[in-house]
Write a protein of this length. Structure first.
Length: 94
C-alpha cells in the first residue's frame, strides 16, 4: 500500500515493542529521509549488534521528531498536561 500525503504523523504509546525494527516501520510510514531507507537502517541499526553506539544513533534520530509526554508532564504554567482520574483498584481474593 502506498499512501500519499503532504504531511503525516503517528501516535503511539510505545515506539519499540519487540525490537528496533518496530521503529523502522514507523520511520518508513513517516518517510523520514535516510532513516527509512533499508540499506542505511540495516548498516547502522539492524546489523550493528547490541551496542551503546546503536542506541546513541536511535536517540539522536528520535530527538527532533518525537514529542514525548508522560503523566508528570506540565505546561509552561505548571498545570498537568494529562489529567487522569484517580486510579481505583479492586482486589478480589478467593
Amino acid at each position: 500500500m502506498n499512501l500519499r500525503s503532504k504531511y503525516s504523523w503517528c501516535l503511539t504509546g510505545t515506539l519499540i515493542q519487540n525490537s528496533e525494527q518496530d521503529l523502522f516501520a514507523i520511520f518508513k510510514f513517516l518517510r523520514v529521509e535516510v532513516f527509512s531507507e533499508e540499506p542505511w537502517w540495516n548498516q547502522y541499526i539492524k546489523n550493528a549488534g547490541c551496542t551503546q553506539a546503536k542506541m546513541n544513533v536511535i536517540q539522536t534520530v528520535l530527538r527532533p521528531i518525537v514529542l514525548r509526554r508522560t503523566k508528570a508532564s506540565t505546561s509552561n504554567e505548571g498545570e498537568a498536561i494529562i489529567k487522569l482520574t484517580k486510579k481505583n483498584e479492586l482486589v478480589i481474593r478467593p
